[in-house]
Design a protein around this ligand. Structure first.
Ligand code: ADP
Ligand code: MG
Length: 393
């Protein structure tokens, strides 16, 4: 029922073996970076708020060796055929699309004046692709970590996160915030990252007790709506901030929003209320995690979901089903809290659960969800894990 997490060492060994099979070379460098899940703080990043992600025990690994040419030959276990990147001319985005994430990071290093030599590389991953746990950031950050070893250019964590983010903007045309790349770089075992999107300041918040774990439940639905949901939300937040006379909603309290309903349309009022309360919840949740107050942390997760569903209107029946089922299992069954995570309209829920009961909880959620929706969900459990690492090189 519940997916297992291949240990990083094992995944690295498999990657090296498959690299050798495909290229005939022994890997000179092996680099890894994790996927992530955001525990609380949703749709707060573009409002200069806080987010609270952790690195998953799910990794993307790249093994590589020099090939003496001016080309990079890339393969991935998830893709047919090889992608070739010609280093003798300016690198442009193109087909195959999966290689764009790698290309974008290479260009980032070239802009720093690094000379990239030709190499062969192979990619393996246990991060689900397109499942809302940021396989794209894992691929970018693993690439950046590999290139640090190849070029001997050591970046700061922030520089590395920003290069990976820029790759996603320019080469995948995804105008994402900084969360995914930062946590993939900065993840730390037994810690969750409190990230201030206004200042890019970070704080490692301990989640030491092994008695709790994070369960990720992928609804395996993705509702294609009009496509304007995300820009609409951003615009509504900007309009609300303008009407309230502030640069971003980060500068407002709930009291400010409540005192100004006449300045806002009903929709702007509800969007703003979600953002200001979510920022508050995220700060409180970080304290609850640090002190091991799991009941409070869980309650904040439920409250976050309610606000995303009601005020922000980015949930969907399947996400609501998972949260309702988890809530039904409740504290007695070992569930502290559950909420949708990610942009919404499908994708994943995240739950805070008792480690000792995780198997039973996963089985119950999967069964009840299937009974309600006829859809088989995917589930996996994780503790907060380490960020990008160089395994060989
Ligand atoms: P998410 O980041 O939520 O997993 P995205 O759509 O942002 O979803 O990124 C998924 C895309 O990233 C894939 O379609 C593929 O192009 C690329 N990708 C991620 N991991 C790999 C991998 N291991 N091998 C090849 N491509 C990958
Ligand atoms: Mg992504």
């Amino acid at each position: 029922m519940i997916g297992t997490n291949t240990p990083l060492k094992t995944l690295a060994a498999t990657t090296a073996k498959n690299f050798q099979k495909r290229s005939g070379k022994i890997a000179s460098w092996i680099a890894a970076a994790p996927g992530r899940v955001n525990l609380i703080g949703e749709h707060t990043d573009y409002n200069d708020g806080f987010v609270f992600p952790m690195a998953l025990e799910r990794y993307t690994v790249i093994a590589a060796a020099p090939n003496g040419s001016n080309k990079i030959i890339l393969t991935s276990s998830t893709a047919e055929g090889a992608a070739t990147i010609d280093l003798s001319k300016p690198i442009k985005r193109g087909e195959p699309s999966w290689a764009n994430y790698v290309k974008g990071v290479i260009v980032g290093f070239q802009r720093l004046g690094c000379k990239i030599p030709g190499f062969d590389a192979h990619i393996e991953s246990t991060v689900p692709l397109g499942g809302g746990v940021s396989s794209s950031a894992a691929l970018e950050v693993a690439t950046a970590t590999l290139l640090e070893a190849i070029t001997k250019k050591k970046l700061t964590q922030v520089q590395k996160g920003l290069i990976a983010q820029k790759a996603e903007h320019e080469f995948a045309l995804m105008p994402c915030g900084i969360m995914d790349q930062f946590i993939s770089v900065m993840g730390k075992a037994d810690h969750v990252l409190l990230l201030d999107c206004q200042t890019t300041k970070t704080k490692q918040v301990p989640m030491k007790s092994k008695s709790v774990a994070i369960l990720v439940i992928n609804t395996n639905v993705k509702h294609e709506l009009t496509g304007s949901e995300y820009p609409d939300r951003r615009r509504q937040c900007e309009a609300a901030a303008k009407a309230l006379g502030v640069k971003s909603l980060r500068s407002c309290t709930l009291a400010d929003v409540n005192a100004a309903p006449s300045k806002l349309t009903n929709i702007e009022f509800r969007r703003a209320r979600h953002v200001v309360t979510e920022i508050e919840r995220t700060i409180t949740a970080a304290k609850a995690f640090a002190s091991g107050n799991w009941k409070l942390a869980g309650d904040l997760m439920y409250a976050s979901h309610g606000s995303l569903r009601g005020d922000y209107e980015v949930s969907c029946p399947e996400l609501d089903d998972v949260v309702e089922i988890a809530h039904g299992i409740g504290l007695k069954g070992g569930v502290y809290g559950c909420r949708m995570t990610g942009g919404g309209f499908g994708g994943c829920c995240v739950a805070l659960v008792e480690s000792s009961q995780v198997k039973a909880i996963a089985a119950k959620i999967a069964q009840a969800y299937k009974a309600r929706t006829k859809i088989t969900p995917s589930l996996f459990v994780s503790r907060p894990s380490q960020g990008a690492t160089l395994i060989k090189g």
